[in-house]
Each structure stands twice: as C-alpha cells, then as structure tokens.
Design a protein around this ligand. Structure first.
Ligand SMILES: Cc1ncc(COP(=O)(O)O)c(C=O)c1O
Length: 437
C-alpha cells in the first residue's frame, strides 16, 4: 500500500495496473534514437517506438530545435476565427502525403479526438447530402479507436466498453482474426476476404439508408496486430461505395511508414473517404492528431452550409504552433532519411527474424507486415494474458521494450532501426519466451 505522500501516489496512470506498477515502478528517464534509459541507468532497446509513435526515433535534434524555436516565437495562437502560418503550412504538407483526393485536414490533439472528429464529419456529410437518416456507425469487433465515447462505441474491446454506455445506433462487423486458417502468415493472411460481406449482413439488417459510416483500422494494432486478409479492405471499400456508406480508415498506428508508404491506404491501394492520424504525425514529440478528408466530403459539408461556421467542432489546440512545428520537422526527417522505405528495405529481414520464434514454447502464431510483428501465446489455463505480461516484464528487465496486449506481444520499432537491432530484439525476446511456463 502506498503512503499518502509517496511521490507515485498522485498520478492515476492510464491503462495501467496502478497498484502493482507503484509497488515495482518501471521508470524511463531519457531517450535517444533507438533507446530509452531507465531510472536505474540501463539502456532499453525500444521495440515499440514508445507506443507506436516515435517513428523517427527519440529526441531527434531537428524536431527538438523546431519546437524550441517556435516556443520562443509564438507559444500559442488560437485557430478559431484566427490562424497562424505553421498550421496552414503543415496542413498543406500533410495533404500532399495523403492518398489522392484526401486533401482537406482537420487538426486534433490525439488519436481519440481524431476518431470522434472523423465520426462527426461523416454524420455531417451525410446530413449535408440530404441523407440525414444515415446516423448509424459501424465498427468492428477487436477494433481500437481510442477512448472517447465515439471511439469506445465503434471500438470492439470489451473492457473498454463494459463500464460505459456508448453511443446508440452502433453495430459491429466480425473481426478477421482466424488462427485456424491463417496462423504463421507473413504479410496478408490468405483467408478471410469474405468477412467483409458481414457489412452486407448489417445493410440487410438495418437498411443502408440508416448507415452513415464504417470505421476500421486497416491493420488492428492495439488488439494484437490483426492483419487484413488479402482482398478484405478492397471488398469493404466496394460494399461501402455500393451502398453510399462512408469508409473511415483509422490510421493512428499505420500512417507514417509503419507498413511502408505514408499511409496503409496508399501502400495497400484502398482509398477511404476519411483517414485519421496521430502518433507518428509529430513523432510524438508534441501531442497532435489529424483527420484527412476527401475533397467531396469536405465540400459537401462546407459548401452546403449556410453563411457562418460550417462545422461546429474543434479544439482549443487544433493546429497548435508547437505541434505544427514538430510535425513539419518530422515530415522533413521522414523524407530526408527515406524512413517510409524502411519497412520495405528491412521487411524480409524483420519477418525472418520474427518467424524464427515459431516452435518456441506456447507460441501459437507469429504474424508480420511492414515493421510490425505480433507473437501470440497459448493462454495460460485460468490466467489469460499472464504469459505476455511476464514476457513484457522479463524483456524490460533485460533491456528491451515490447508491448503486451492480451496474450500477444506486439513489436513496432522506430523506423531508424538497423539489422543489428533486429537481431538483438528477437534474441532477447526468444530468451524471455523460453522462460515462460
Ligand atoms: C487505431 C487507433 N485509434 C485511436 C487510438 C487512440 O489514440 P490516442 O491514445 O492518441 O487517443 C489509438 C491508440 O493506440 C489507435 O491505435
């Protein structure tokens, strides 16, 4: 039990087992490039880019300098009926990176806010099109779309939903995770494109004229690296188009090089109507999110509105100067260092290393795409999730940061990593897996 004046007492930590953490804290005190430094002075190899977000590695001088310079020039400037050049410059640069046609940008401060913004824009667009009966939102089982009420409603993680009443009028597609048919896939699993037909079931059940939008992560990250089956996303796109349903890709994890290219949409050749981002947008150096919107959706909302404010939505910090400066410096770094190519350059080496874990105790699946890997364990009888958590702890104690989610270890390193880091990462991980009971 913590004493009242314990320095760890006040911070109610997010998505953390607070009591056990505070009994045995794991503190990070600094970071540079591929490594964190722990409070006890150890280098920790970053296998997760923080939380899927520091894609260019940590404490990059160019980003730090841009933030410092902007903080000294204009610490804050409102973007309600005012503006500042950095936000406009950043939106133009971002628009140029998005899939063809998604060139209108709304700024937020996080992935959760990006999701809620995208859902609202979809509803506003349907109404502006004279389709005001389309108010239903469709998510997918095992989807993670942050923690706003919109996000938990369309999300499909039971623990994020069971305590709170979500939005009404929401339904979910079946998830695509299918170990029986797809275990140990490299890249896209072969089976499951037909699962997109589940949307036809919901259209039949509810009527297309009630459905505003479908939101999916192109690759579900937070629930353990669920890679879309070959053809699934295109099939979903086609069904949405056929029924006038807007398709939202939540690319909070997949954008900015994670699977190669600026977005998964571009890399995998399927274009949504709306695309959410955060995390790698600023290399996580300043919190920021963004929503890229198709010209058609934007123009329907903006051009059909009466004189005055067209969308009653926004955040005090939308387009914050420090975040915009960090974002611009981040995009420069991505381009200068060719970081969006890293997933392609290193993809085979990465996948070979990850799949070498096949055959270790309790490993029931390894799946890889881009610079992402998911390693799934057979759940311990009566104690699901414990194996991955033990591996997470063991890795941390031995100098490697991995992410545990359910019975899965997820890896998503900074894109600046080299082959030597990959060797070290999987050697350390294999050591820990061999210890689990
Ligand atoms: C796909 C997806 N959407 C939304 C979010 C929420 O982002 P944030 O934690 O910045 O609110 C996350 C976070 O991991 C995510 O992976």
């Amino acid at each position: 039990m913590l004493r009242e004046n314990d320095p760890l007492a006040a911070f109610w930590m997010p998505f953390t087992a607070n009591r056990s953490y505070k009994e045995a804290p794991r503190q990070l005190v600094s970071a540079k490039d591929m490594h964190y430094k722990s409070a006890d002075g150890r280098d920790i190899l970053d296998g997760t880019a923080g939380l899927w977000c520091s894609n260019a590695g940590h404490c990059r001088d160019e980003i730090t300098a841009a933030i410092a310079q902007t903080a000294a020039t204009m610490d804050f400037g409102p973007t309600f009926q005012l503006g500042h050049p950095l936000a406009f410059e950043f939106s133009s640069r971002l628009a140029a990176l998005m899939p063809q046609g998604l060139d209108r940008i709304f700024f937020t401060n996080s992935g959760s806010e990006s999701v809620d913004t995208a859902l609202k824009i979809a509803l506003a667009a349907q109404r502006a099109r004279g389709q005001g009966t389309r108010t239903r939102l469709i998510g997918r089982e095992r989807g993670y779309h942050g923690t706003g009420f919109g996000g938990i409603s369309v999300g499909g993680i039971v623990n994020n939903r069971r305590v709170w009443q979500g939005l009404p009028g929401v339904d979910h597609l079946r998830h695509t995770h299918d170990l029986a048919r797809n275990a140990f896939s490299r890249s896209f699993p072969a089976h499951g494109a037909e699962l997109a037909d589940d949307l036809e079931r919901l259209v039949t059940l509810h009527g297309a004229e009630t459905i505003a939008a479908v939101i999916v992560e192109p690759m579900a990250g937070s629930t353990g690296v669920l890679i879309p089956p070959v053809g699934y996303l295109q099939h979903l796109r086609d069904i949405c188009t056929r029924h006038g349903i807007l398709l939202i890709f939540d690319e909070v994890i997949t954008a900015f090089g994670r699977v190669g290219g600026a977005t998964a949409a571009e890399t995998w050749g399927v274009t949504p109507d709306i695309l959410t981002m955060a995390k790698g947008l600023t290399n996580a150096a300043v919190p920021m999110g963004a929503v890229a919107v198709s010209r058609a959706v934007h123009d329907d909302v903006v051009n059909n509105a009466p004189e005055g404010i067209e969308l009653f939505h926004g955040y005090t910090y939308s387009g914050h100067p420090l975040a915009s400066a960090a974002g611009l410096a981040t995009l420069d770094l991505y381009a200068k260092e060719g970081l969006f190519n890293r997933a392609v350059e290193l993809g085979d080496y990465w996948a070979d290393a990850a799949h070498s874990l096949k055959g270790l105790p309790y490993v029931i699946d390894v799946r890889t795409i881009g610079l992402v890997a998911g390693i799934e364990f057979e759940p311990r009888q009566g104690a699901p999730t414990k194996r991955a958590m033990e591996v997470f702890h063991g890795c941390f104690d031995n100098g490697l940061l991995v992410r545990a989610t359910g019975d899965i270890i997820a890896l998503s390193p900074p894109l600046i990593l080299e082959r030597g880091h990959i060797d070290d990462m999987f050697a350390m991980l294999a050591d820990q897996i061999k210890r689990i009971a």
